[in-house]
Design a protein around this ligand. Structure first.
Ligand code: TNX
Length: 519
């Protein structure tokens, strides 16, 4: 045998060893678990914990809220295991065996931090907050076999490997956006989207509620916004809108999962639906037709008409009352037909209205061309100079780079739906970037969080949504949660391959990237 052949063989054996070490489907150690986002620290010990129909959930320092959170574990595992675990209150984790949730008063825990200790006879999940327990439950769910995601009873062994996980998020704002204006998505679809965010430890859900093609939220003081402005969507379909009760139901559903809804009313551009509903809001007093195309940048509110500010204040007041979170997103992007000085005048006045209703201002990066008010957050999507303008004013940023984090961009030239104005975004490109290194000279401390927007000009169904967000959103969730030195594509891609089995078990549509090493 030539020396070359020996070398090739040794190399082949080595490769096989590496590949099988990364095969998460037969994992036996906690350190090999394919968790997304990857936790801060994981250590393995010997053995497994096995769930059975006799397993109890014990609560230490229980309150009503902890009972409510505990039921999520049942919700997640009952359909596939057929088990309904009983929930009981106990004094301490010491003398009981089963799954134990401990609400701790240990001040060493950061917000959302949890510790998960898995032993053969018990699993102890500890956090100082209900939110931390909820995040930890997502980890337990991902440690179970992929078949846990099936919606019918499976004959499987429900084991999780022993060891300890200590985990907490890097950024406090970890989110995704859904554009419900270009195509409307009903309450059930939105809840499903929220479930997806919760499963990967995201905590913000940005709803793009208004745009040229549709006004999607009932405003009692301006009813024609939805009566007229909600009638259609891109392509001329039926459109739709949320009544205030339906919107409140969405907010509650998100709150229950420790996800804050960030409502966006996009202005002064992207307002054709409002302008079509009320002629008096138009600079020329004439209402345009409803719009069903996908162009941007052609509409504007009349920024020098006092009625505009009556309108904006009414809308902001009603939205502020409907949301439980701190934020109110005022859009502000692509106002190409608003004169620059009018734009600045408008954004300044609207910021003051948002502050009057005690909400924190969020807007697309263009708002930094105005005078940012205290606490304002600009959402960096494209213009580096605007990110720097925000920083100069002491404003923080949420990063949503269009060439990395836009979930509506095609994966490659063959992707059937999606746009491509900021390039193709393959799964590795959506993963391999660092939020604090996007804009040269931008102070790291002013990066408040990470968000992946899904614009829906070309996206019509829940299956379309799933195809565009999965698997890229998993990488974004990891960038937002995990520490930068815990991340590498060469290791992540194997976890992704394992995670795909969860998506399949759940019947979720996703893009099968050629870069993912599945077998
Ligand atoms: C730009 S990103 C927009 C949206 C479009 C999107 C399509 C931003 C702030 N504005 O109006 O839907 O591109 O990718």
């Amino acid at each position: 045998m030539s020396i070359f052949k020996v070398k090739v063989q040794v190399y082949a054996i080595l490769m096989l060893a590496i590949v099988s070490a990364c095969d998460y489907s037969n994992r036996t150690f906690l350190t090999e678990a394919a968790l997304i986002p990857v936790p801060v620290s994981v250590s393995s010990s010997k053995g497994f914990f096995e769930f059975s129909e006799k397993t109890n959930i014990y609560l230490v320092n229980a309150d009503l809220e902890l009972h409510r959170v505990a039921e999520f574990l049942n919700d997640y595992i009952s359909p596939s295991t057929g088990f309904l675990l009983s929930v009981k209150e106990v004094e301490s984790a010491e003398d009981v065996f089963g799954v134990i949730f401990v609400l701790s008063d240990d001040s060493d825990f950061r917000n959302e931090e949890y510790e998960l200790r898995i032993m053969p006879n018990k699993v102890v999940l500890t956090s100082a907050t209900h939110e931390g327990i909820f995040r930890g439950i997502q980890t337990i769910r991902q440690l179970l076999p992929a078949s846990i995601e099936k919606q019918t009873v499976q004959n499987d062994k429900w084991v999780i490997p022993a060891g300890v996980i200590r985990d907490y998020p890097r950024f406090q704002y970890r989110g995704a956006m859904l554009d419900v204006s270009r195509h409307f998505f009903g309450v059930e679809d939105v809840k499903r989207y929220i479930d997806y965010l919760a499963s990967i430890k995201m905590n913000r859900f940005h709803m793009h509620l208004t745009d040229d093609q549709g006004w999607r939220i009932e405003i009692k003081s301006w009813p024609k916004l939805t009566e007229i402005g909600g009638q259609t969507q891109v392509g001329g379909g039926r459109g739709g809108f949320y009544t205030q009760d339906e919107f409140s139901e969405i907010v509650r559903y998100a709150d229950d999962r420790f996800i804050v809804v960030v409502p966006e009313i996009d202005m002064p551009g992207h307002t054709n639906a409002a302008l079509a509903s009320y002629p008096e809001l138009n600079p020329d007093g004439i209402a345009p037709e409803l719009y069903t195309g996908i162009d941007v940048g052609f509409s504007t509110l009349d920024t020098r008409n006092e009625l505009t500010y009556t309108f904006v204040e009414d809308v902001i007041r009603e939205i502020a009352q409907l949301t439980t979170g701190d934020y109110l997103h005022i859009g502000g992007d692509e106002s190409w037909v608003t004169a620059k000085e009018d734009y600045i005048y408008f954004i300044n006045r609207v910021q003051d209205i948002v502050l009057k209703y005690n909400k924190r201002i969020v807007g697309w990066d263009e708002i930094a061309t105005a005078e940012l008010r205290p606490g304002a957050i600009s959402q960096f999507w494209k213009h580096e100079e605007n990110a720097l303008k925000a920083a100069q004013q002491g404003g923080s940023i949420i990063v949503s780079p269009a060439d990395r984090a836009y979930l509506d961009m095609k994966y490659d030239s063959t992707t059937v739906i999606g746009l491509s104005w900021s390039g193709f975004i393959e799964v590795d490109r959506a993963y391999e970037w660092e939020p604090t290194a996007l804009v040269e000279g931008f102070p790291e401390a002013l990066v408040y969080g990470v968000e992946a927007p899904l614009w829906t000009e070309t996206i019509e169904t829940m299956k379309d949504i799933e195809y565009m967000i999965f698997p890229r959103i998993l990488g974004i969730a990891e960038i937002a949660w995990s520490s930068a030195d815990n991340r590498s594509w060469d290791e992540y891609k194997f976890r992704l391959a394992a995670f795909e089995k969860r998506l399949s078990a759940k019947d979720v549509n996703f893009y099968k990237s050629p870069l993912v090493p599945r077998k």
